[in-house]
Design a protein around this ligand. Sequence first.
Ligand SMILES: C[S@@+](CC[C@H](N)C(=O)[O-])C[C@H]1O[C@@H](n2cnc3c(N)ncnc32)[C@H](O)[C@@H]1O
Length: 234
Amino acid sequence: MTSEDFAERRAKARARLDAIDPHKRAGGLDADPYRRAWFEAVYELAGDDPAGVPWAGLAPHPALSQWLAGRALAGLRALDVGCGLGDNAEALAAAGARVTAFDLAPRAIDWAKRRFPESRVDYRAADLFGAPPAWRGVFDLVHELYTLQALPDALLPEAARALASFVAPGGALLVISRARDEDQRIDGPPWPLSRAQIESLAVDDLRLVSLDDIPADETIVRHWRALFRREGGK
Ligand SMILES: C[S@@+](CC[C@H](N)C(=O)[O-])C[C@H]1O[C@@H](n2cnc3c(N)ncnc32)[C@H](O)[C@@H]1O
């Protein structure tokens, strides 16, 4: 199989998925803000072909890999939100964390487990907006990559509260997202986040401790990497 085949199959999948995406239709954004059926359909229609999952890079995201380089997460409990096919969760586990990773789509979770049969990651099907109460306040590191930007702006406050709820006292939230200028008009989804939207994730007693503005290069477009911390802990 050549990489051209993959690119061609991915382009076809994107076209198919755009055609059934409520957020690509007039009125669909208000009618179906959470877009859950569409996310499930992505994995269903992909079958076993990762080219059918538009965001599946089949490798940890470089902005996460860079952040993890030289960092030891041994002994930390980490949560990967909207984990898709599991590459970022695996990278967190390889850095030493005890990782729970979840996705709305059970098919994504089954697929991740098949890809990483020896994995130490605890993969779960769960909804960010209705996660198990046992996850409240227990994770030393909560990682979110690309799920926020796949949701309409109106859901950001609810998503921010949900993310914050997982962070243990003294723990951190790491958000990686495509970036846009404040006045840049976006015809999403996805909707890259503005600086103000990233800053708005500092809810409850989370505090923004660093915000990296990662410039575009030949491999990726401009990104934010934001680290928030909750006071407290041992
Ligand atoms: C754009 S993809 C990013 C996947 C993964 N983080 C990555 O970078 O490869 C967003 C993921 O979030 C999941 N998702 C969407 N809404 C969700 C929700 N309410 N709760 C949990 N996962 C959700 C989707 O099924 C999808 O796998």
